[in-house]
Design a protein around this ligand. Structure first.
Ligand code: PBG
Length: 326
């Protein structure tokens, strides 16, 4: 046969050969595990739309932190679900707010665990929007003041990283200035720089009780159709002083992860969001997909796309599965 062609399959003949030429690896260090904390006592309640993810009260949280650290996960992000909501989300920046209390405790139990705080108002406002409402519109600049207060109170409680997810313009500049003035010059900001108005957040809004009570988030979160706008969002956050950039959601936005990776030199995080997680869980429950294989494939894909780290509800499972493979 005189035909010439490339024999790509030569490097796929055995598992050992495939391992040798493998380009992308997952590691426990890649993951940031999201945790939901609630008020009250003796609560470990599974979120119905997110199997395997729980609401924890503070007295039940230590067991979970222990599990996370024993698995070798180095980082978590804390979401608070407060009992009381009001017009300006005051529980978000209360000194004894649920997140502030949780962070103090977590840092006491696990001082080494990189503990991130999600900085937003939507779980805390009665209208469920991420900022202050003025004449039916989410007002940008008055929201910034409250977000700064929230970030500073989280840093004061011991948060190692501030992760603002609110998508107000100027939130990185405002929070950086607020943190610096309060003396938190060494607290980095992981900006939810490129956050789309996504249907993939559905199960999270159940979990965090943060569904907007009117309208939607399209006046502040991005249009899923836009790629170049993502670069403008990321560029402004870099200019304003972000230390890390996040793309969210992940699965339907892998091109955006790659764009951000190629255009900026900050670490890039991808948020493998609730809807992505729950779709796999639901299909796996029906026996339609192999949960372990498909989850590891997705997470590997996110790293290959350019994510340096991945926020994922699958973190604990993934680390367990990776240990089996090793
Ligand atoms: C708060 C926030 C949301 C998520 C993280 N922070 C929800 C939203 O913007 O509606 C979603 C996370 C997920 O779906 O896993 N603004």
């Amino acid at each position: 046969m005189s035909l010439y062609f490339q024999r790509h399959r030569r490097l796929r003949t055995t598992a050992a050969m495939r391992n040798l030429v493998r380009e992308t690896y997952l590691h426990a260090n890649d993951f940031i595990y999201p945790l939901f904390v609630v008020e009250g006592n003796d609560t470990k309640h599974e979120i119905s739309s997110m199997p395997g993810v729980f609401h924890y009260s503070l007295d039940r949280l230590e067991e979970e932190i222990q599990e996370v650290t024993e698995l070798g996960i180095q980082s978590i992000i804390v979401f608070g679900v407060p009992n009381n909501k009001d017009a300006c989300g005051s529980e978000a920046y209360a000194e004894d707010g649920i997140v502030q209390q949780a962070i103090r405790k977590i840092k006491g139990w696990a001082p080494e665990l990189v503990t991130m705080a999600d900085t937003c108002l939507c779980q805390y406002t009665e209208h469920g929007h991420c900022g202050m409402i003025h004449e039916g519109y989410v007002d940008n600049d008055s929201s910034l003041e409250l977000l700064v207060k929230t970030a500073v109170s989280q840093a004061a409680a011991g948060a190692d990283v501030i992760a603002p997810s609110n998508m107000m313009d100027g939130f990185v500049a405002a929070i950086r200035q607020g943190l610096d003035e309060a003396g938190f010059i060494n607290t980095p900001i992981m900006s939810y720089a490129v956050k789309y108005a996504s249907q993939f957040y559905g199960p999270f809004r159940d979990a965090a009780h943060s569904t907007p009570q009117f309208g939607d988030r399209k006046t502040y979160q991005m249009d899923p159709a836009n790629r170049r706008e993502a670069l403008r969002e990321a560029a402004s956050d870099v200019e304003e002083g972000a230390d890390m950039l996040m793309v969210k959601p992940a699965m339907a936005y892998m091109d955006i992860i790659r764009e951000v990776k190629d255009n900026f030199d900050l670490p890039v995080a991808a948020y493998n969001v609730s809807g992505e997680y729950s779709m796999i869980k639901a299909a796996a429950e029906r026996g339609w997909v192999d949960e372990k294989a498909i989850t590891l494939e997705l997470l590997t894909g996110l790293k290959r796309a350019g994510a340096d780290m991945i926020l994922t509800y699958s973190a604990k499972d993934a680390v367990r599965w990776l240990k089996e493979i090793d």
